[in-house]
Design a protein around this ligand. Structure first.
Ligand SMILES: Nc1ncnc2c1ncn2[C@@H]1O[C@H](COP(=O)(O)OP(=O)(O)OP(=O)(O)O)[C@@H](O)[C@H]1O
Length: 553
């Protein structure tokens, strides 16, 4: 059992591929934290850096008061379960589970008894003598979990453990993982791109994009009060409707959101009105989940949007309506994505912010067009050697990048409103203190013996790790690499002055509002529909996708 602190952690893969970008986060002792995000955002890389299976290019990983950045995997008190629980094929279920205890020197009788007890808890007591090849996928994952937990690790890491299971098995095992980790009170980090798993399991969810945390909070917070348009779009089915709007301030300081052919008024007492009335003409994004809309009749005086029902789908429990209102709909996946400087320049013709945005993002992540340009700028390794700076350089660069981001956020004149730093801010604000190790720490602590050696990777992760590599053990080397990361980042986002438009403009990929309606709603296609919009349920983002009203966790 231990708290974890990630302090400015970055990972650069070969080819200047920045997979994790200056990420800071506190995870409380006993907390269940879910890393949620789309494929390729850096979740697994981050998990592997915590496990010691991947070198940290810059930053530090703390386990309690111990700086574990240089610790070998087996010395971290960490156990990890992978997507496909790798088992020893020639050992029975019981032998698989008891193996870590045997390695630790426990006698066979005691190890066997502990393994059998744990197998019962995991509902695999009846298959103790079976070989792994005869098990279902769900049973195999249970064995892998048992083997990881048998030595009571301080930290339990799970990387998409349910992704190969069918829906029923996922639900079942998901609930068991939740119950078991709470009973054991082990600090758990769980990687998934499945929002249901995240919302149902987590004490807190950290939503990642492009190697950074965009938002972190309880499931209710990130769902009901998302810090960015991307987070709002990632959580919830159907996806939130993100409508491009222009702020219109009347002579009487009333604020309306103008969607082109139609508009809605905000209540004068709405706190967003108080912010937006200073931003007449600003482009914003109004996010409304389906629940914010209700079907009304034409003469209803409420704030209304009118449209034509283009399609209507029966989904059993409810129906989904696609309503054309002539409103530009913003794609949550691209809004606010940072465009590398070279991609902006090379886009040149300005024809397509959209294309620039996605090329830029891909380039940065895959070393596609982006890496070519970067090399032209100068080789990363040369920069690193030439720099050869100490930690001061790193901190200066780091601060610089933070400041730059804050500037960038506000480039649309939104500095007073949303600074968009919620992820970073909440990630490092000592939220550990808030959770205070959970109310559930007592039982677990009483049960464990607290020894660090205890949890040394029951899954054999120690054998696979490279965290003890002596090349990386020198402080100077790490600081130089930190400096390298800062340099690399500065090429992605130029330091000063901030580019006029560092953020890819929102792209609009669909023209329908998507609404959930009762299953028995009877509406033919082509019907003219009137939708009342409850503006108190609106989330309003600036053009970079950050909330205009500050999100504090
Ligand atoms: N060993 C590696 N060498 C180079 N690039 C890598 C390596 N491992 C991961 N990457 C890249 O780093 C980025 C982050 O990968 P990572 O596996 O951490 O993402 P993820 O969020 O876990 O994705 P998924 O949900 O698909 O597993 C990806 O673009 C990936 O291609």
């Amino acid at each position: 059992m231990t708290a974890i602190r990630l302090d400015g952690v970055s990972k650069v893969f070969e080819g200047e591929h920045l997979a994790v970008d200056d990420l800071s986060l506190d995870i409380a002792d006993g907390e269940f934290l879910v890393l949620l995000g789309p494929s390729g955002c850096g979740k697994t890389t981050l998990l592997r850096m915590i496990a010691g299976l991947e070198r940290v290019t810059a930053g530090d990983v703390w386990f309690g008061r111990t700086n574990g950045t240089q610790l070998a995997p087996r010395d971290r008190g960490v156990a990890m379960v992978f997507q496909t629980g790798a088992l020893y094929p020639n050992r029975t279920v019981q032998e698989n589970i008891m193996f870590p205890l045997q390695i630790a020197g426990q006698d066979d009788a005691a190890a066997s008894s502990t393994a059998a007890g744990l197998a019962d808890v995991l509902s695999i007591g009846s298959v103790l003598d079976r070989m792994p090849r005869t098990l279902s996928g769900g049973q195999r994952q249970r064995v892998a979990i048992g083997r990881a937990l048998v030595r009571r690790p301080d930290v339990f890491l799970l990387d998409e453990p349910l992704s190969n299971l069918d829906a029923t098995m996922r639900t079942e095992l998901r609930q068991e993982i939740g119950a078991m980790t709470r009973d054991l009170n082990v600090t758990t980090i769980y990687v998934t791109h499945d929002q249901v798993e995240a919302l149902t399991l987590a004490d807190r969810i950290a939503v990642m994009r492009d190697g950074r945390i965009e938002d972190v909070g309880t499931p209710t917070q990130v769902y009901n009060d998302p810090a960015t348009a991307f987070v709002a779009g990632f959580l919830g089915t159907p996806r939130i409707n993100l409508m491009a709007a222009t702020v219109h301030v009347t002579a009487h300081h009333r604020v309306a959101l103008d969607f082109g052919t139609q508009s809605i008024a905000l209540s004068p007492t709405d706190r967003r009105s108080l912010i937006l009335r200073h931003h007449d003409g600003a482009r914003v994004i109004a996010g409304a989940r389906s629940s914010a809309f209700s079907l009304v009749t034409d003469d209803d005086p409420a704030n209304q949007l009118t449209g034509t029902l283009r399609a209507f789908e029966f989904h059993g429990q409810q129906s989904i309506a696609f309503v054309q209102c002539g409103i530009e709909i913003v794609d949550p996946d691209t809004v606010g994505r940072i465009v590398p400087a070279h991609a902006q320049q090379s886009a040149g013709d300005g024809s397509t912010g959209r294309r620039t945005g996605s090329d830029g993002a891909a380039g940065r992540r895959t070393g596609g067009d982006g890496s070519t340009s970067r090399r032209a700028d100068g080789d990363g390794s040369t920069g690193r050697r030439a720099d050869g700076d100490d930690s001061t350089g790193r901190r200066a660069d780091g601060d610089d990048s933070r400041g730059r981001r804050a500037d960038g956020d506000g480039s649309g004149g939104w500095r007073a409103g949303g600074d968009g730093s919620a992820g970073r801010r909440t990630g490092s604000d000592g939220s550990a203190g808030r959770r205070a190790g959970g109310d559930r720490s007592t039982g677990r602590r009483a049960g464990g013996d607290g020894s660090r050696a205890r949890g040394s990777g029951g899954d054999g992760s120690a054998d696979r790790g490279d965290g003890g590599d002596s090349v990386w053990s020198g402080t100077g080397m790490r600081d130089r690499s930190a400096s390298f990361v800062a340099k690399l980042r500065s090429r992605l986002r130029p330091a000063t002055p901030p580019p006029a438009e560092p953020i890819s403009p929102p792209s609009h990929r669909r023209a329908d509002l998507v609404l959930e309606l009762p299953a028995d709603t009877d509406l033919p296609r082509g019907t003219r529909v009137h939708l009342a919009l409850d503006t108190t349920q609106l989330h309003i983002f600036d053009h970079t996708g950050h909330r205009v009203d500050r999100v504090t966790r």
